[in-house]
Design a protein. Structure first.
Length: 167
C-alpha cells in the first residue's frame, strides 16, 4: 500500500527510522528535534512533528543555544546519537551558524533544518528582509556552506531521494 506524505512528513519518518550500531548494540540516531518555529518551518516540519510522536520535539528560545545543546548531546553520547535543529528563515537561521561551525570543527553530528526561500520565488522577499535583492537564488542559509560538512537545498520533493541515503 502506498501512503502519500508531505515532504516534511517524509523527512520526519526517515529521521525517526535511522539507527547506528556499535559493539553489536543498535542505537536510534536522532533522539528528537529542537526548534523554534516561525515562517519557513512551522507549516511543514512543525505539522509533521505534531502528527508523528515518534520524534520528540523540544522547544528552545534561542537558536544558537539550541545547536550548542545538540552538539553537546552528540558529544556526551560519543557520536552515537544526535538531535535535529529547525528554525525559521532569516535571523533564526543565521543564529545557528556558530553552532554549525562548532559541530563541523569537532566532527560532531547534528542536523540543521533551517527554513529557506519559498518554492515560488515571486513571493520574496521574506519578512525579515535578509535575502539578497540582487538575486533570488541566494538566501541567508548560504552562510552554512563553509561551516557544514554536508549542505544541500531542496527545490523539489523528489530531490529528497538523492539527498538522503537510500536504505
Amino acid at each position: 500500500m502506498i501512503k502519500r506524505l508531505t515532504v516534511a512528513q517524509g523527512i520526519i519518518r526517515f529521521l525517526r527510522n535511522q539507527y547506528v550500531e556499535r559493539d553489536g548494540r543498535q542505537h536510534r540516531f536522532f533522539e528528537g528535534c529542537c526548534g523554534i518555529f516561525g515562517h519557513g518551518n512551522v507549516a511543514g516540519i512543525g505539522q509533521a512533528l505534531e502528527q508523528d510522536p515518534g520524534l520528540p520535539y523540544y522547544l528552545f528560545r534561542n537558536e544558537q543555544a539550541m545547536v550548542h545543546a545538540a552538539v553537546a548531546f552528540a558529544k556526551t553520547t560519543f557520536r552515537m546519537r544526535t538531535m535535529v535543529c529547525t528554525s525559521s528563515i532569516g535571523p533564526g537561521a543565521t543564529n545557528m551558524v556558530t553552532g554549525a561551525a562548532l559541530a563541523t570543527i569537532n566532527r560532531l553530528p547534528v542536523l540543521l533544518l533551517p527554513g529557506d526561500l519559498f518554492a515560488r520565488r515571486n513571493v520574496a522577499p521574506v519578512l525579515q528582509q535578509l535575502e539578497s535583492s540582487l538575486t533570488q537564488d541566494i538566501s541567508v542559509n548560504d552562510c552554512f556552506k563553509p561551516v557544514s560538512r554536508y549542505w544541500d537545498r531542496m527545490q523539489r520533493p523528489e530531490q529528497l531521494l538523492t539527498a538522503f541515503p537510500r536504505p
